[in-house]
Ligand binder design. Structure first.
Ligand code: GDP
Ligand code: MG
Length: 230
């Protein structure tokens, strides 16, 4: 495994209301990365993250698990924090030590009590936040509503970097907004470009002169966009 340099490591805390899909997302990440050859499920009590017998019996996460993924020369530490109100200390501690809080919001359930608590903890620990909208494959999944609620309740700076394609049984995946040429992603792309140029005078100048802004410049600048600082 060798020595891991700090600049080559990333850590993020998965936080959400209980049942939003954190443990399932962690399992999917491990599967996608080739760490496991079969995806376990919370129902079957065979996920990597819910390894304690009490977690498997109750089908919920009780303590934070640390998962490690090696990908593209980087080491990712994924902290799967439990979402139930009894264990919020775990969530706060996970956010405190991680580089980023990844807050899952179910496309069906929307913002719930522990979602807001995750947001408050992230603000308290000054942690950057990325939202993931889960359960897009479920009936009544409503991405637009979740996005509108995140904007109105948490931050107008929340802008989609990936968009879902379809919903419910028509859900077929996601598109990378900056890389996409699809007309559906056009306004989201424009919003990301505008947010980037507003933070960088040199980019603004290029933008106003009608020049195309390189994607790398947009991505680099967007990293400074903090949802916590309105
Ligand atoms: N259909 C569907 N079910 C999901 C998804 N993510 C999680 N689930 C289910 O939702 C339930 C709660 O998921 P879990 O990963 O334990 O949520 P956690 O409490 O946030 O860790 C389980 O029954 C999962 O199988 C998803 O994207 N789609
Ligand atoms: Mg869990």
């Amino acid at each position: 495994m060798g020595v891991r340099k700090p600049e080559d490591t990333r850590s993020f805390a998965l936080c959400a209301h209980g049942g939003a899909g954190k443990t399932s997302l962690a399992e999917a990440m491990l599967f996608d990365n080739g760490n496991i050859t079969r995806m376990g499920s919370v129902q079957n009590g065979n996920t990597v993250s819910d390894f304690q017998s009490e977690e498997q019996k109750r089908n919920i996460s009780i303590s934070t698990s640390l998962l490690t993924l090696e990908r593209k020369g980087k080491t990712f530490y994924v902290l799967d924090a439990p979402g139930y109100a009894d264990f919020t200390g775990e969530m706060s501690a996970a956010i405190r030590v991680a580089d980023t809080a990844v807050i899952l919001v179910s496309a069906v359930g929307g913002i719930e009590v522990q979602t807001s608590r995750a947001w408050e903890y992230a603000a308290h620990h000054n942690a950057p936040v990325a939202f993931v909208v889960s359960k897009m494959d479920r009936e009544n999944a409503d991405f637009e509503k979740v996005l509108a609620d995140i904007k109105s309740q948490f931050s107008q700076n929340a802008l989609p970097v990936f968009l879902p394609v379809g919903a419910g049984d028509k859900f077929s995946g996601v598109v990378d907004v900056l890389k996409s040429d699809s007309p559906e992603a056009e306004s989201a792309k424009e919003a990301l470009i505008e947010a980037a140029v507003e933070m960088d005078d040199a980019l603004m100048e290029k933008y106003l002169e009608g020049e195309t802004i390189p994607q790398a410049d947009i991505e680099r600048t967007l990293k400074k966009l903090s949802p916590q600082k309105e």
